[in-house]
Design a protein around this ligand. Structure first.
Ligand code: AP5
Length: 265
């Protein structure tokens, strides 16, 4: 580790890829990930956290469809500077590109049924082997069955589960109003988080669309699968002390704040 003075504070270069600038208030830092030329972002995570980022930890987002997993997972990934890995997004991307995997899972996603554990575990295994996953990732929508959780446990990596709880009727309401950017995947809601210009992504200008698993009938089916196949994971991770519970009902920023406090970020 080397350090030298910078215009607004002390700049520390860690392993030549992490840069932290300590501001006047030492509980905040201005950070950049990716070395010289990478953009800075202002971060409320204490500096000591960054200094220990070498320890890999996967954060798992668990909760019913529509509970806000994707919304909060993207936020946490941005702040921690680790990848957001959504199995749903990986499957939808493969469907859009017409890959073999996409052809295999297309009908299952449309019907709101789960992809088989073998296929899903293989997809996640490949993703976690990529170099950007070495410091940990945000797993959004994986695991969602006991065999998937048991597979993840064989990887011997520290995991922390964020369970977002939401009643079914509210989940249906949320998904019915969701709009997703077809280019960058940003998530909006026509009422709770509207784009500045209707149908256009604020971030990249991409077209906002509804997913094809968003009819009420399919959403109810996905909720029923969640209760049967995914809810047992709550007990699995509670018994090992790896789970925190977040109330998903308040507005987005309040859910984020609860999560921050519980994760002690
Ligand atoms: P996936 O893409 O993972 O869908 P999901 O788990 O059903 O969850 P959603 O993406 O629908 O909801 P979310 O919780 O992310 O909520 P969001 O943040 O968007 O999976 C899709 C399919 O892929 C599955 O059905 C399955 O077929 C397959 N699959 C994926 N993983 C698999 C696995 N591991 N094994 C087998 N198959 C798998 O928020 C919803 C809306 O609410 C948004 O509009 C948002 O703006 C809004 N909102 C969020 N938070 C708030 C808030 N606090 N207040 C008000 N509005 C809010």
């Amino acid at each position: 580790m080397t350090s030298h003075s910078a215009g607004i504070g002390l700049q520390i270069a860690i392993e030549s890829s992490w840069y932290c600038v300590i501001t006047m208030n030492s509980s905040f830092c201005l950070c950049r990930l990716g070395g010289p030329g990478a953009p800075f972002y202002f971060c409320s995570i204490p500096l000591h956290y960054h200094l220990f980022m070498d320890t890999a930890r996967h954060y798992i987002f668990l909760g019913p469809p529509g509970s806000g997993k994707g919304t909060q997972a993207k936020e946490l990934a941005n702040i921690l500077g680790i990848p957001h890995v959504s199995t749903g997004e990986i499957f939808r991307d493969n469907i859009a590109r017409g890959t073999e995997l996409g052809k295999k899972v297309d009908e299952l996603l449309k019907a709101g049924r789960l992809v088989s554990d073998d296929v899903t575990n293989a997809v996640v295994s490949n993703r976690l082997k990529q170099t950007d996953a070495a410091r940990g990732v945000i797993l959004d929508g994986f695991p969602r069955s006991l065999p998937q959780a048991e597979y993840l446990a064989t990887l011997s990596v520290d995991v922390l589960v964020v369970l977002i709880e939401l009643p079914d009727d509210e989940a249906v309401q949320r998904i019915s109003g969701r709009r997703t950017c077809s280019q960058c995947g940003a998530i909006y809601h026509i009422e709770y988080k509207p784009a500045s210009k209707s149908g256009v992504c604020d971030t990249c200008g991409g077209e906002l669309k509804q997913r094809n698993d968003e009819t009420e009938e399919v959403i109810r089916g996905r909720l029923s699968i969640y209760h049967k196949q995914t809810e047992p994971l709550i007990k699995f991770y509670t018994s090992s002390g790896q789970l925190i519970r977040v109330n998903g009902l308040p507005p987005i920023y309040e859910v984020t704040a609860q999560m921050w406090a519980l994760l002690k970020l």
